[in-house]
Design a protein around this ligand. Structure first.
Ligand code: FAD
Length: 285
């Protein structure tokens, strides 16, 4: 595992206080919209009952995917919020069908009931000042990063999103992020622009232009290591949203424990309740 090079002269900024999660609820939601976004991802929007707490960007719900027709998902499935609309009492998820639970979810129709539990976990923290921020996402990270754009713009941060995918047709959220006020740069494997040295060049340019005061990353170990090394080199605040198989989702079963680095020591943390968003420098990617 490559450790990012630390420059002893670069002092990282004091980390802002992390948000304290509210009390999660079991919620009977109603499917409002369910559509294919591309060959791999679907968008599911839910109407929530009045008065339920709304998620922060980076938080997730634990979804009770419906059984039947040979699909009997036992555990709930964790899913980050992609769109949070408190004023309309709605929440949206962008997801890929990968196994039993998500295949069962894919059979939901508008009007169906859907039991969700949350919001869960600790979401993203913005820098204390109005520093410009850079988002780096690939795969499922494009979904997790979605709500960070309007949240950061509403709080006065310039946002640049660097979105990575295997091919241009698999890039998601580009228009949504632009409409929400982000400058969007895209890189793909098929165009030969997604390799680490090229993305590193983009990030260094953004730092040199004063557009990168903090870095947020999700969806790729190699992009996480790259973000760690750029953040360490320039003393930037940063966070990473992690994915891990989960069972209970509330910190009881210790199924989602991962190793982290803290003050030079390896420590173990539960992704469900001590994350899924963690300080960038502490993740062992
Ligand atoms: C915080 C978080 C946010 C996420 N956000 C998104 C998102 O926005 N979009 C998206 O597409 N995906 C997201 N994912 C990934 C998503 O949760 C998985 O793709 C989904 O759980 C797969 O479920 P499945 O049944 O289809 O696949 P399977 O591979 O059939 O099942 C995986 C699930 O089985 C259970 N499981 C399997 N083995 C074990 C075990 N040994 N111990 C305990 N439990 C086990 C767990 O519930 C696990 O999640 C997120 C994951 C996390 C942790």
């Amino acid at each position: 595992m490559m450790m990012p090079m630390l420059d002893p002269d670069v002092v990282p900024p004091a980390a802002p206080a992390r948000p304290v999660p509210g009390r999660p609820l079991e919620i009977e939601a109603l499917v409002r919209e369910h559509v294919c976004v591309n060959d791999e991802y679907r968008y599911l929007s839910l109407d929530l009952p009045d008065g339920v707490p709304h998620a922060r960007p980076g938080q997730f719900y634990h979804l009770l995917c419906p059984g039947g027709d040979g699909l009997e998902p036992f555990f709930r499935r964790p899913m980050s919020v992609y769109r949070v609309e408190p004023e309309r009492n709605r929440v949206g998820f962008l997801y890929k069908v990968t196994g039993t639970g998500t295949a069962a979810m894919a059979r939901l129709w508008p009007g169906d009931g859907f039991n969700i539990f949350g919001p869960l976990g600790i979401g993203f923290t913005l820098p204390a000042d109005t520093a410009p921020i850079v988002l780096l996402g690939r795969g499922v990270g494009l979904a997790t990063m979605g709500p960070l754009v309007p949240f950061a713009r509403e709080n006065g941060h310039r946002v640049t999103a660097v979105l990575s995918a295997r091919a241009p047709e698999l890039l998601m959220s580009v228009e949504e992020m632009r409409i929400a006020g982000a400058d969007v740069l895209t890189v793909t494997d098929s165009e030969g622009t997604s390799a680490v040295p090229h993305v590193e060049g983009l990030l260094e340019d953004l730092v040199a232009q004063g557009r990168c005061g903090a870095l947020y990353v999700c969806g790729s170990s190699r992009l996480t290591r790259l973000a760690q090394s750029v953040a360490a080199r320039h003393g930037l605040f940063g966070e990473v949203a992690l994915e891990q198989q989960m069972a209970c989702g509330v910190g009881v079963c210790f199924c989602c424990v991962r190793p982290f680095r803290e003050n030079g020591e390896t420590v173990h943390r539960r992704v469900c309740c001590e994350g899924p968003v963690f300080p960038l420098a502490e993740a062992l990617a």
